[in-house]
Design a protein around this ligand. Structure first.
Ligand code: ARG
Length: 505
């Protein structure tokens, strides 16, 4: 995914840092079991007094989400900072406590980013890790942070914030892909190739027009991301566990601080809703399907049967046994990743189906599918951007193929309608007979002698040859949205302007 999120993964996992963290932990004291009971730094379990002992090992394993939700640390801390400022502004905590909490949370963030945080399943999730460390650092002030909130509204807030920034990063990645597509479409605005229906040669088109079809699809994918962002940008914080709170919170303040458009209107909905995540996954699924179609065309076009393009070294691999081979692995993998992304969407939909209001622990299973799908789509977008930048079409081969299969037969039929005034259905019939004559003679339409055509329809004149070439065919397709190179140039320049005028994120 983005460099930011890659950094998350690197910083808050893995090897060297883990080592360091472990040493620090040992030096500090706690064994994992002890942490379950003494995690708050106050000697109290985070769930209070009703539980006599720590959870069983299996319970801990099934219950803990820290293994994946540590990716929410930045959002969790931002949410807590906004909450603390609001509590102070509303007179619910003192400004001394507010200052201590702000400083403590900044330190917790720095520790996490330095790889120093000890992630411990006994502390379940990122929310408890941050709060527990805060309490170690600032004591009672830290213990006041959780006033008027619950992990239920907290996790909903964190996750919405995370999805929002994932959307922004994916949108930037889409913009980069579109920029490459536009450049190539411009370069190949007049390069003819066969257009297919049923994967049979249908009518000639231009490569520029074909690429701009993907520009349109990917632009709609961006539109769906933007729609999803708009709907998810509401603030659950302050809904507390499910019913709201008796503390006089200012939910407008936290909304503003966190960049949300407004507080969510219903506390039950605020903690229960995951349609924002399902909508994001649906959007990613459609986006992945679109990418897989382009990926498949790259695979197809790179075959020795088509030879429409040569794969760059950067995005192909050799075979360990067949030295002549160049395999389109990157395109194949983009084509395949859609399976995981749609799988993630299914997973979350099934988790949510039939869940009663309000929060159920089932909903902890919402994050991994989203994280994975976002990572997968980001990787696919990066790979496709690279493949587009490196695209080396074999324009001679494409042009030769463009004329095969009597691809200008429709032009012939249109001429019969336009010039001879035949009804289209009759023209279609006449054209079929002319195509058959060419096929029998073993020639292309434009090489079929005039008398052979006139044997089918006596009114045909030599002017017919003006419309039978591939270039004449594409040049004539000037209807709005048609493949004519002049249209492609216009579409390219409109797209380029639109992209340049976008606010940079
Ligand atoms: N880790 C939990 C999740 O991701 C946080 C919310 C826990 N809330 C609760 N009532 N146990 O959903």
């Amino acid at each position: 995914m983005s460099s930011d999120q890659n950094r998350d993964a690197e910083q808050i996992g893995k090897s060297a840092n883990d080592q360091k963290a472990l040493m620090r932990q040992n030096a500090r004291k706690t064994a994992a079991d002890e942490a379950a009971l003494q995690s708050s730094g106050t000697g109290q379990s985070m769930w209070g007094g009703r539980f006599g002992g720590g959870p069983s090992a299996i319970m801990q394993e099934i219950n803990a989400s820290i293994g994946f939700d540590k990716r929410l640390y930045r959002e969790d801390i931002a949410g807590s900072k906004a909450h603390a400022d609001m509590l102070a502004a509303c007179g619910i905590i003192s400004s001394d406590d507010q200052d201590a909490i702000q400083a403590g949370l900044s330190q917790v963030q720095a520790e996490i980013e330095a790889g120093e945080m000890v992630f411990d399943p006994a502390l379940e999730d990122i929310h408890m890790h941050v709060e527990s460390r805060l309490r170690e650092l600032v004591g009672d002030a830290g213990a006041r942070l959780h006033t008027g909130r619950s992990r239920n509204d907290q996790v909903a807030t964190d996750f919405r914030l995370w999805c929002r920034s994932a959307i922004d990063q994916l949108d930037t990645a889409y913009a980069q892909l579109l920029a490459e597509i536009i450049e190539q479409a411009d370069r190949y605005a007049g390069a003819v190739m066969p257009g297919f229906t049923h994967l049979q040669t249908a009518q000639p088109v231009t490569l520029g027009h074909h690429l701009m079809a993907y520009y349109e699809m990917f632009s709609r994918d961006r539109g769906r991301l933007a729609d999803c962002r708009k709907r998810l940008n509401e603030n659950p914080l302050g809904a507390a566990a499910l019913a709201g709170t008796s503390f006089p919170l200012d939910r407008e303040q936290t909304s503003k601080a966190l960049g949300f458009d407004r507080p969510m209107a219903n506390s039950l909905d605020a903690v229960s809703a995951r349609d924002f995540a399902m909508e994001l996954l649906s959007t990613l699924s459609i986006g992945a399907v679109h990418l897989s179609r382009l990926a498949d065309e790259i695979v197809l076009w790179a075959t020795s049967a088509f030879k429409f393009l040569t794969l760059s070294d950067g995005f192909s691999t050799g075979s360990s046994i067949m030295p002549q081979k160049r395999n389109p692995d990157a395109a194949e993998l983009v084509r395949a990743k859609v399976g995981r992304i749609i799988g993630a969407q299914n997973a979350l939909m099934i988790v949510m189906k039939g869940l009663p209001l309000a929060y159920s622990k089932d909903m902890q299973e919402d994050k991994e599918p989203v994280f994975k799908a976002v990572d997968d789509l980001a990787l696919c977008l990066a790979a496709m951007t690279g493949m587009m930048a490196d695209l080396k079409p074999n324009t001679d081969q494409m042009a030769a193929a463009a004329g095969q299969g009597f691809s200008t037969a429709t032009d012939l039929a249109d001429w019969l309608v336009r010039i001879l005034g035949l009804p289209f259905r009759d023209a279609h019939h006449v054209t079929g007979a002319v195509v058959k004559a060419a096929e029998d003679a073993g020639v292309d339409l434009w090489d079929l002698p005039l008398d052979a055509m006139q044997a089918v329809e006596p009114k045909i004149t030599k002017d017919i040859y003006d419309v039978l070439s591939v270039d004449a065919s594409v040049n004539s397709r000037t209807s709005f949205g048609g493949t004519a190179p002049t249209n492609v140039k216009k579409a390219v320049s409109a797209a380029r302007t639109a992209l340049q005028q976008e606010p940079k994120s």
